[in-house]
Design a protein around this ligand. Structure first.
Ligand code: SAH
Length: 430
């Protein structure tokens, strides 16, 4: 297949997934040559709907060109218009900056920042080769923004943030929009915020999974090596202490899988249960295992999400730690790994060692999610206040404290969201 055909096949995939409503975004994907941003990557891989790693640090991926469907969703959330001044945090390959540059047109302006000097140099070259010389590429900590070119009509982070950074708000123009993949107790949401008086309000929320921002403003979310031999790690979303010794010991205990009686697709878990558990349970963590397929399969981490990037496999599942026990979300082997697979499977709760409080809480929270009508991210509304401001929580609101901000999250009941069908004339309340 020619490059043009391959590029068209990517557009067809985006169309099939229904992630591009805006013809300008669709056209930007059709115009920008992704192959120039991923030199050395085989053309068949460049145009798959997959994230493509562009920098490694040991066994760790330091940068990747994001999955095109997620980029399309986020560009839609950002609502970029011709003439806009846009700041991007996380240049990576420069591909998204080129899409942004296409969307803002000759009257607009794009500034992009990355923390890695070699990526900045490479992105400058890629952008020049693709004809996007007007994009300003800077090296620095994106959490501080880039005041020299402020204000911005749109700010987008393409690395996961832990907080709403004050510098970004200072650099946001009146009426502007800021899009952040932000961690809500370990569950990552791509949130488009607009300013409303003293706070920000979400105008669009999607589930996402970006690599985290690094550097001095990365925040307290961290990974702990639990068992380096079996490559088991724990993602801890905040400062709360975790008893690593106990977790290590429990992972060696015989696992016991309890059926929950609740069935779901992988997308239901990804878009709904994940966030529900993150906000409702006291000590949410993620169990991660990465390595060869054999090592991952033989390890103690049950499969919820699994990514196969040969020769590397990675598994992640939601888990909760208690004083004396550990429980994780699990499913039976051989069930779908693809988020688009509509197969329904039964959720299990895996107890390590004797089931105790963590097991009970996780099981209870899965049942509560079912009883609440399986709410998902489409019903989520978020507000972000400056930290330290005293406010009363509204009924049903969850507070997620950060260092610079406090998030307030609510699920809008689906009845309030759906547009009520027009009442036949003469009927219903007048
Ligand atoms: N938009 C990119 C993909 C970004 S991947 C593309 O289209 O290819 C996330 C990027 O964030 C990585 O390149 C990483 O180096 C960068 N990053 C991590 N921490 C950062 C920080 N504090 N400031 C700016 N960039 C950062």
């Amino acid at each position: 297949m020619s490059i043009d055909d391959l590029r068209q096949s990517l557009i067809d995939t985006l169309d099939r997934l229904g992630v591009v409503d805006d013809p300008d975004i669709r056209q930007a994907f059709a115009r920008v040559p992704r192959e120039l941003f991923l030199p050395g990557v085989p053309a068949e891989v460049v145009f798959l709907n997959e994230a493509v790693p562009v920098k490694f640090g040991g066994a760790r991926i330091m940068s990747s060109s994001s999955q095109p469907s997620m980029m399309a969703i986020m560009l839609g959330q950002l609502d970029v218009r011709p003439g806009h001044r846009v700041l991007e945090i996380g240049t990576g390959s420069g591909y998204n900056a080129a899409l942004l540059d296409t969307l803002v047109g000759a009257e607009g302006r794009v500034v992009t920042i990355d923390i890695e000097p070699d990526l900045v140099a490479a992105a400058r070259e890629h952008l020049a080769r693709a004809g996007h010389r007007a994009v300003t590429v800077r090296c620095g900590d994106g959490a501080l923004g880039y005041a020299e070119a402020a204000p911005y009509d749109r700010i987008i982070a393409t690395a996961g943030v832990w907080d709403v950074y004050p510098a970004l708000l200072d650099q946001l123009a009146d009426g502007g929009r800021v899009l952040l993949p932000i961690s809500v107790r370990g569950s990552q949401l791509s949130v488009a915020f607009e300013r409303h008086g003293d706070h920000l309000r979400s105008v669009s929320v999607e589930q996402c999974g970006f690599m985290r921002l690094r550097g001095a403003n990365a925040g307290p979310e961290h990974k702990i090596d639990i068992d380096p031999d079996r490559r088991v790690r724990l993602l801890v979303p905040d400062e709360r202490p975790v008893d690593v010794g106990t977790v290590r010991r429990l992972l060696d205990a015989p696992p016991y899988d309890q059926p929950t009686g609740v069935s779901a697709t992988l997308l239901d878990v990804h878009n709904g249960l994940d966030l529900w558990l993150s906000v409702h349970l006291a000590n949410p963590v993620r169990l991660i295992s990465a390595g060869s397929p054999e090592a991952v399969a033989a390890g103690p981490v049950p499969c919820m999400y699994e990514w196969k990037n040969p020769p590397w496999h990675e598994r992640v599942t939601f888990a909760v730690t208690g004083g004396t026990d550990l429980a994780a979300l699990a499913r039976r082997p051989g069930e779908p790994l693809d988020l688009a697979d509509p197969t329904v499977f039964e959720l299990l709760v895996r107890a390590f060692g004797t089931p105790g409080a963590a097991h009970r809480h996780l099981l209870g929270a899965v049942h509560d999610w079912q009883a609440a009508g399986r709410p998902d991210v489409s019903g989520v509304s978020l507000r972000a206040y400056p930290a330290g401001e005293r406010r009363r929580l509204a009924e049903g609101e969850f507070e997620v404290p950060k260092h610079h901000s406090v998030l307030a999250l609510t699920w809008v009941p689906s009845a309030a969201r759906s547009v009520a069908p027009a009442a036949p004339s003469g009927a219903g309340p007048g």
